[in-house]
Design a binder for this molecule. Structure first.
Ligand SMILES: [Zn+2]
Length: 89
């Protein structure tokens, strides 16, 4: 049997390191002022990282995301991200 992959875009969650279809992940992007935004379009320019929904809370609090995006996430910024995700879900 051949492994059929159908070219579904796959990305790795920075927290659990699982590879998932891109649509099951939330893209975060570091914008020019160093803060982090939820990229619901998946097309924003900038250094991006993906978190899956299961890791969302842990991922935002953990250090993997900071390392992936090479920035620090302020408390305000983190709260913004939580609010943004509530709208997506
Ligand atoms: Zn994950």
């Amino acid at each position: 049997m051949r492994n059929i992959r159908n070219h579904i875009p796959q990305r790795t969650c920075v927290a659990c390191r699982k590879v998932r279809p891109k649509r099951e992940l939330i893209r975060l992007v570091r914008i020019s002022d160093g803060s982090v935004e939820v990229d619901s379009s998946g097309k924003k320019a900038g250094r991006g990282a993906y978190l899956c929904l299961e890791c969302w809370e842990i991922g935002l609090k953990g250090s993997q995301l900071k390392h992936a995006l090479r920035t620090t996430i302020t408390q305000d910024n983190r709260e913004q991200l939580f609010r943004a995700a509530e709208k997506l879900c």
